[in-house]
Design a protein around this ligand. Structure first.
Ligand SMILES: C[S@@+](CC[C@H](N)C(=O)[O-])C[C@H]1O[C@@H](n2cnc3c(N)ncnc32)[C@H](O)[C@@H]1O
Length: 205
């Protein structure tokens, strides 16, 4: 087992535990913002880190959604919400860092609050780029480290706690990770003092 495998195993176990209280705790992203992100998805959609299925009810007719997550505990909750979806949904246990889909499979690859948790976020984003069709879209709604020096420092200090309790990092530079993975942001909207970003990107640089 490599270091990265053991990190992945640790975060997976944490999310199995977090699944027990995630829906109760999850207030960071408003329903309005989730809807805004999800309703831009079209065609064959891959939702990475589908979690407890908080987004499933917002997909618009015409989408066929595949939701993946590496945590069986989170997926179990998503299965309970599957009936709320207006579109066909398939849920699979899979690691975003090593997906089993062929290249260029999906019209839309989407995630909400996931690349804060993926142990190797650049590898996960490279996989998102690989499985997205060249003319497809990658939609990311993510929270990131604050640009405010004091708040940023506070996030750095509190990060080990969030990582330990939930499995999520609160101080990632996801915009830099997107560029490093070779994904090109086309539009970016910022919320909550620029901590939350909605990014529409192309898999082509
Ligand atoms: C903070 S939760 C967000 C869940 C959901 N997207 C939402 O908006 O409510 C992060 C999710 O990403 C999943 N995740 C983290 N790393 C992953 C990986 N390498 N592969 C698949 N899922 C992963 C976790 O299991 C968890 O369900």
């Amino acid at each position: 087992m490599t270091i990265s495998d053991s990190q992945t195993e640790t975060i997976r176990r944490r999310y199995n535990r977090t699944a027990l209280f995630y829906d109760w705790m999850d207030k960071m992203i408003s329903v309005k913002l989730r809807q805004k992100a999800i309703q831009q998805a079209e065609g064959k959609v891959l939702e990475i880190g589908v979690g407890t299925g908080a987004n499933l009810e917002y997909y618009l007719p015409g989408c066929q959604v595949t939701g993946i997550d590496f945590s069986p505990g989170m997926l179990e909750k998503a299965m309970q919400k599957q009936f709320k979806a207006k579109v066909p949904v398939t849920l699979l246990e899979m690691d975003a860092q090593n997906m089993s889909f062929p290249d260029n499979t999906f019209d839309t690859v989407i995630s909400t609050c996931v690349f804060c948790s993926v142990p190797d976020p650049v590898q996960g984003l490279k996989e998102a780029k690989r499985v997205c069709k060249p003319n497809g879209r990658i939609i990311l709604l993510e929270h990131v480290r604050s640009e405010n020096p004091i708040l940023g420092l506070l996030m750095d200090i509190l990060n080990p706690l969030a990582l330990h309790i939930i499995g999520s990092n609160i101080n990632r530079d996801t915009v830099m990770n997107i560029h490093t993975a070779g994904i090109k942001p086309l539009e970016m909207e910022e919320y909550s003092g620029k901590i939350i970003k909605l990014i529409i990107a192309s898999p082509n640089e």
